[in-house]
Design a binder for this molecule. Structure first.
Ligand SMILES: Cc1cc2nc3c(=O)[nH]c(=O)nc-3n(C[C@H](O)[C@H](O)[C@H](O)COP(=O)(O)OP(=O)(O)OC[C@H]3O[C@@H](n4cnc5c(N)ncnc54)[C@H](O)[C@@H]3O)c2cc1C
Length: 366
């Protein structure tokens, strides 16, 4: 009998396994796929993700990562930059990062069953394609289209806004040490440096047929660097959305990562959320009190959800987007405040709601 069975060996599932092992729990993780597991992602790790990884004991080898120092937002007329005020942030190839997580989990004795699917949840255990697994706790870390969430009737509340995210890597020395967010008409192109000679380019759009190559012309600022660079991966895409499960646990079952709360990929917050949730969930499991997790989950998600709503509002209205970017360009301290909130700088927490209100007010009058 295991203490914890985790369904899904993505970043959230492995982080939960690591955190639970550190609490002395015996953990098995199953995943339908086999490593190396890739997934379309912007591949940015924000300071809160990096801090949580430190707590999990995951060593971030600087030879495998690219440190970035800030954000640069730009559209056809305006441009604003801000430094990340506190902590480290990195770009890292997803498959490389996944390997680092697996290695740390194996070091702690986590048991992995690859190529194994969940078939049925039963009171006496979980029926998987590799047989019945009994466990005290069951964690659904099976991504935004979670089977565990559906079967446990923990479906998403509120509106789920679907878009699509596509990503591709290009062989080119990063021309900036910032993550660039290029704003177009109802789409964004996010460029994250992931190596000394590599950038990850992610496109976010409501149009499932739009592809990176065609979209590049809409972003001349990025196009002049990327056009002609050698692609290092095939283009891959996936739906992305803003939506939350409510509640995030029922009985002995809890959700973590995208299964519990998905923020549109343009926010670059999914991994930060997943790792913070994993630490809180493991703590709650070790104390046998999942109500602690529900409270912590709501707190962790609050600010990223607010910032994502702002970004999605800028996506839906060109007028609003131009106003906000003009305002950020004219008032760099306001943009710096938003980046401070976005990257979870220690001093930003208490200011969160007030700063967002202030921003809304200024945009109205801009
Ligand atoms: C285009 C794009 C760009 C993004 N950019 C960033 C970024 O720059 N920074 C950031 O922090 N976040 C980003 N995100 C979000 C981030 O990728 C996700 O939040 C993160 O991958 C969530 O991890 P997860 O472990 O919860 O889910 P996943 O990574 O989806 O992992 C789920 C795992 O569960 C397995 N699984 C599913 N169903 C079953 C089943 N029935 N049985 C067994 N196994 C199963 C899958 O094989 C998979 O391995 C981006 C998202 C998108 C779409």
């Amino acid at each position: 009998m295991q203490d914890v069975l985790v369904i899904g060996a993505g970043p959230a599932g492995i982080a939960t396994a690591i955190a639970s092992s550190l609490k002395g729990l015996r953990v098995t993780v199953i995943d339908a796929r086999k490593p190396p597991i890739d997934k379309p992602c912007g591949e940015g790790l924000l300071p809160e993700a990096v801090k949580a990884l430190g707590q999990l004991g995951v060593k971030l080898d600087s030879n495998l990562l690219f440190r970035f120092s800030g954000f640069h937002f730009l559209d056809e007329t305006s441009s604003a930059s801000a430094q990340i005020p506190a902590g480290d942030a990195f770009g890292v190839r997803r498959t490389v990062f996944h390997r680092l997580l697996i290695d740390r989990a194996l070091e702690l004795g986590v048991n992995f069953l690859w190529g194994t699917r969940v078939v049925r949840l039963e009171p006496r255990g979980t029926e998987t394609s590799s047989g019945m697994i009994r466990s005290k706790w069951l964690v659904g870390a099976d991504g935004s289209r979670s089977t565990v969430r559906r079967v446990a009737r923990l479906e998403r509340g509120g509106c789920a806004r679907f878009r699509f995210g596509f990503r591709r890597h290009f062989e080119i020395a990063p021309w900036t040490d910032c993550v660039e967010v290029h704003w177009g008409d109802r789409c964004q192109l996010v460029v994250t440096p992931t190596g000394a000679r590599e950038v990850c380019v992610a496109l976010f759009t409501s149009d499932s047929r739009l592809r990176l190559d065609r979209a590049l012309d809409r972003f001349p600022g990025a196009c002049r660097h990327i056009r002609g660079a050698q692609p290092r991966s095939l283009e891959a895409g996936t739906p992305t959305l803003l939506g939350r499960a409510r509640p995030v646990s029922r009985g002995r079952i809890a959700l973590v990562g995208d299964a519990s709360c998905t923020v549109d990929g343009v926010a670059g917050q999914g991994l930060s959320l997943a790792f913070q949730q994993a630490l809180q969930l493991a703590d709650a499991l070790s104390r046998e009190d999942l109500s602690r997790y529900a409270a912590a989950h709501a707190r962790i998600a609050r600010m990223p959800v607010r910032v994502t709503r702002l970004l999605l509002a800028m996506n839906s209205s060109s007028l609003l987007r131009r106003k906000v970017l003009r305002l950020f360009a004219a008032k760099p301290t306001l943009f710096a405040k938003m980046i401070s909130l976005h990257t979870g700088a220690p001093s930003s927490g208490a200011l969160g709601a007030a700063a967002m209100l202030d921003l809304g007010w200024r945009v109205m009058w801009a």
